[in-house]
Ligand binder design. Structure first.
Ligand code: AMP
Ligand code: GLY
Length: 428
């Protein structure tokens, strides 16, 4: 039986650890640093997940058969490179390929070279303020300004107001808003339409589609309020939200050309690749961005649908030879993120005891994935903005949704809030 080390501590990593623990070939799941939900699956070891040396030291001690790295900061920092250098089979891209998420400018260059449909753009450096402002002046609304580097999901402004776009360009390029991450910025054409996430598994050469999912990024019902890391997701995405041939089309027009271009650049991609799509009704599907990892909370609604062996998929990706067919159960999954008061941007308060976890998990088809939680005196308490994802499978989206909300209603702490309309727009 095999031992797996999962690196990370969010809801996505809990779902990956849970999916790996269900594999018939996995005997032990160790997490670093993990969270209280992951601790129920196996040992958790403290680690600074963005330090390649510290993570590799943990792997040297654990001696896993496979390491799975869940989040972008460790991937961009080169955690996979160090793990591989020390002989640990690892699912995830090396830093050279993780640059796809680490630098938006580089990602757009890769997309352009590969001929992938994406928003028209121009990148500007710190000394090109005047040119950047002139580019904004020549655009039509909506204006889209992005930091080149990672900014914890906050580096993108989409606005109808030119003054706001100009202010953002100034704040980014001066370093005032996001430090070095913003000193280069990407200004791009505004697109319209629903957004979807396509997940594929790559082995450096080829990719297998896993599933489509849809996230809900705004804080409040009806897509109102500020952007968040994601307030809930569902999968599959039925027509008419997603046209039936969308996955095949994007594999052909986006994923395969991108992988070929990455190889050409000496940055072969292994691991989970997240293709963020916008279905513009006029221009057609466009790649908004790539992320070099599974989505959070999308992972929490895709892994529960997986019938094939997640361990086999991850190991084959790590070894550079994907073979096992990805098989999904004929079920739908809906995940609702439960957040603390004050999120976004951050929790007003942490340390509240979370009531009702066992009662929620007792609803059929439900798994509760932890993110911002902490064990204090044997009790699970809140410890972040997004605290839990309540995921439920069911024979269709409506059934899955009913179960997810029935379970969410059993959980409480002071100030808890969540969206009531996850997956609502996809119901018949
Ligand atoms: P990103 O981090 O690039 O995915 O951008 C964050 C969010 O900004 C996306 O999820 C979209 O909702 C929005 N966005 C990004 N690029 C565009 C664009 N070109 N047009 C319209 N909205 C966009
Ligand atoms: N769900 C959005 C993300 O993972 O980036």
């Amino acid at each position: 039986m095999n031992k797996v080390l999962v690196v990370g501590s969010g809801g996505r990593e809990h779902a990956l650890a849970w999916g790996l623990a269900r594999s018939p070939s996995v005997g032990e799941v160790v997490s670093a640093p993990g969270n209280p939900g992951m601790a129920a699956l196996g040992e958790c070891l403290p680690v600074e997940a963005t330090s390649p040396d510290r993570v590799a030291d943990v792997a040297d001690r654990v001696r896993p058969d496979l390491v799975v790295v869940g989040a972008d900061p460790p991937l961009v920092a080169g955690v996979v490179d160090e793990l591989q250098a020390r002989g640990h089979p690892t699912c995830g891209p090396v830093a050279a390929a993780a640059r796809l998420e680490g630098s938006k400018k580089w990602m757009k260059e890769v997309l352009a070279s590969a001929g992938v449909p994406t928003a028209a753009y121009h990148a500007f450096g710190a000394r090109e303020l005047d040119a950047a402002l002139a580019y904004v002046d020549a655009m039509a609304a909506p204006y889209v300004v992005k930091t080149d580097g990672l900014a914890a999901g906050k580096g993108v402004i989409v606005t109808e107001f030119i003054a706001e776009a100009r202010d953002a360009v100034r704040a980014y390029l001066s370093g005032e808003a996001f430090g070095d991450a913003g000193r280069t910025c990407v200004i791009e054409e505004g697109l319209h339409g629903p957004e979807l996430s396509l997940f594929v598994l790559c082995d450096g050469r080829d990719a297998l589609p896993i599933a489509l999912a849809q996230d809900h990024k705004r804080a409040f019902d009806g897509d109102e309020g500020p952007n968040t890391g994601g307030m809930g997701a569902y999968s599959p995405v039925p027509a008419p939200v997603a046209p039936p041939d969308l996955v095949d089309e994007m594999m052909e027009r986006a994923i395969r050309p991108t992988l070929a271009e990455l190889r050409r650049r000496g940055a072969a991609f292994r691991g989970f690749l997240y293709c963020g799509l916008m279905l513009d009704p006029v221009k057609g599907p466009r790649v908004l961005e790539y992320n070099v990892r599974f989505g959070d909370p999308e992972c929490q609604v895709v892994v529960p649908r997986l019938a094939s062996d997640l361990y086999a998929h991850c190991l084959e990706s790590a070894d550079g030879r994907i073979e096992t067919k990805v098989v999904l159960d004929d079920v739908a999954c809906v995940g609702v993120c439960l957040a603390s008061a004050g999120y976004p941007p951050g929790p007003d308060h942490v340390g509240d005891v979370i009531e009702g976890l066992a009662a929620a998990a007792a609803v059929p088809g439900v798994e509760v994935f932890h993110a911002g939680t902490k064990l204090v005196d044997g009790q699970v308490t809140t410890n972040g903005g997004r605290v839990l994802t309540v995921s439920a499978t069911g024979p269709d989206l409506a059934a899955a949704r009913d179960r997810a909300y029935a379970a969410a209603a059993r959980i409480s702490w002071p100030g808890l809030h969540y969206r009531r309309d996850i997956a609502a727009q996809a119901l018949p």
